[in-house]
Design a protein around this ligand. Structure first.
Ligand code: AMP
Length: 173
C-alpha cells in the first residue's frame, strides 16, 4: 500500500454543500401574512347594522356572493358577525318566521379577528380549530378586510405549486 494512502474517514463522507445549494435556502421564504391575501383581494368588507333584518342580510349575501357579513353599530364599532350558517340554523329553528328577525338576535357576538401582519398559517389554524370560515382583519382599530378559509387555502396552494416548480428546476436544471 502506498504510504500516501489514507483510509476513508467519516469526514470524507460528509457532504458539504454551499448555502445556495440547499433546497431549503432556495425555497424557504418569509412566512406569508394576511396582508398578502388582502393585497390580492382588496379590503372590501360588507356590513349591516344590528337592527337590520335577516331578509336584508340574505339579499346582501346574495348580491355580493359572499358567505358572511360584519355587523357594525352607527359608530362603526364591530358588534358581531353573521354567516349563512347562522341563518340556516335559524331557518330550521323558526320555520316561516326567520327572515323578519333582527340580525342582532342571530349573529355571533364574540368575533375573533386577526391583524394584517399575522402569519396565514396561524389564521388557518384558528379557523380550523374554531370551526369558522371567516376572519375579519383589524388594523389600528378599524376593519381592514375579511379573509376566508378559501382565500388562505388558495394562496397556500399557489405558493406550494410555485415551490414545487422551483424544486423541479433545481433538480432538472
Ligand atoms: P362560518 O363557517 O364562517 O360560516 O361560520 C360558522 C359559525 O361561526 C357561525 O355561527 C358564525 O357566526 C361564526 N363565525 C364566523 N366567523 C367567525 C369569527 N371570525 N369569529 C367568531 N365566530 C365566527
Amino acid at each position: 500500500m502506498p504510504s500516501s494512502y489514507q483510509a476513508p474517514s467519516q469526514k470524507d463522507k460528509k457532504q458539504v454543500s454551499t448555502h445556495s445549494q440547499t433546497p431549503e435556502t432556495n425555497i424557504k421564504k418569509e412566512a406569508a401574512t394576511v396582508r398578502k391575501v388582502l393585497d390580492q383581494k382588496g379590503s372590501d368588507v360588507f356590513a349591516l347594522r344590528p337592527q337590520n333584518t335577516l331578509h336584508e342580510a340574505v339579499e346582501l349575501l346574495r348580491d355580493k356572493r359572499i358567505g358572511a357579513l360584519i355587523v357594525k353599530d352607527a359608530e362603526g364599532n364591530l358588534q358581531g358577525i353573521l354567516s349563512e350558517r347562522d341563518i340556516v340554523r335559524k331557518l330550521a329553528d323558526t320555520p316561516g318566521q326567520t327572515l323578519a328577525q333582527r340580525v342582532e338576535d342571530v349573529m355571533t357576538v364574540n368575533v375573533e379577528v386577526c391583524a394584517p401582519d399575522d402569519p396565514l398559517i396561524s389564521v388557518l389554524r384558528r379557523m380550523t380549530e374554531g370551526r369558522f370560515r371567516h376572519m375579519p382583519v383589524v388594523e389600528d382599530g378599524s376593519l381592514a378586510g375579511m379573509v376566508t378559509i378559501g382565500d388562505v387555502v388558495n394562496y397556500r396552494l399557489t405558493e406550494l405549486e410555485y415551490e414545487a416548480l422551483q424544486l423541479k428546476q433545481l433538480i432538472v436544471g
